[in-house]
Design a binder for this molecule. Structure first.
Ligand code: 1GP
Length: 230
């Protein structure tokens, strides 16, 4: 997968027009991720993919439900929630998925994300029963788990719905050597998109698409500098 600096994440359970999907795809973003926490089904995911597919853009499904895996995406991201206290979201769901679909998976298309869920009020934190009252040292230890211990390709900092304190993200950047850092949460302006993208490899923009579409489009205009983890 080539370098991805900016992603729009679309929730199949939220309404969006075909025109808006087309504008997102033509905006200059690097990829569209389809995924959500609640109400994601095969049908609504397939319907959204069909709209996106009318454009030429990299498509990624972020899998959250075994029943909603839709063929036809370019890539599949599988979250592994490190600070979940419900083991389903650490490895149990993944075990069930491989038991059912293990023979069919094209591993070239699959990337596992080491997720750290950090907004306790978010749906994803509630669903996964994530422990979000974490110190900087706690978060860095999870990041090192992703980077050095598990050697996963992606560290996903999931602040869904709230914007992180940049000091934390800056500290994380220096603790991580190889894993690509994805950040998602509360990016609702070009300033926040630029600020966060100076610390991470990839910014993910979700909610503002549905709250203020024009502002969402502006977030694409980040002047991406190379992130140096060293
Ligand atoms: C949500 O990380 C994404 O999974 C993006 O967060 O919806 O707050 O932009 P927002």
């Amino acid at each position: 997968m080539s370098s991805i600096n900016h992603i729009f994440k679309l929730d199949p359970n939220r309404p969006i027009s075909e025109e808006q999907v087309n504008r997102l795809c033509l905006s200059g973003t690097d990829a569209i991720v389809v995924g959500g926490t609640l109400g994601v089904t095969y049908e609504n995911t397939e319907n959204l993919l069909r709209l996106i597919r009318k454009n030429s853009i990299t498509t990624i499904q972020e899998i959250s439900s075994l029943d909603a895996i839709v063929p036809g995406f370019d890539y599949y991201f599988i979250p592994l929630v490190l600070n979940a206290q419900d083991p389903t979201w650490i490895l149990n769901a993944h075990h069930q998925a491989l038991k059912k679909y293990g023979d069919l998976i094209n591993w070239e298309q699959v990337l596992v994300e080491g997720y750290i869920v950090l907004n306790g009020d978010s749906s994803v934190a509630k669903l996964t029963k994530s422990l979000t009252d974490l110190s900087v040292e706690d978060v860095i230890a999870y990041a090192r788990m992703v980077d050095q211990m598990l050697k996963l390709p992606i560290l996903y900092l999931e602040f869904s719905g709230t914007y992180a304190e940049v000091e934390l993200i800056e500290e994380l950047k220096y603790a991580v050597d190889n894993t690509k850092i994805f950040y998602g949460g509360g990016i609702d302006s070009i300033d926040k998109a630029k600020e966060m993208s100076s610390y991470v490899d990839t910014v993910v923009v979700g909610n503002v698409i549905y709250e203020n579409f024009e502002l969402a489009l502006e977030t694409v205009n980040i002047q991406k500098n190379n992130v140096n983890h060293a």
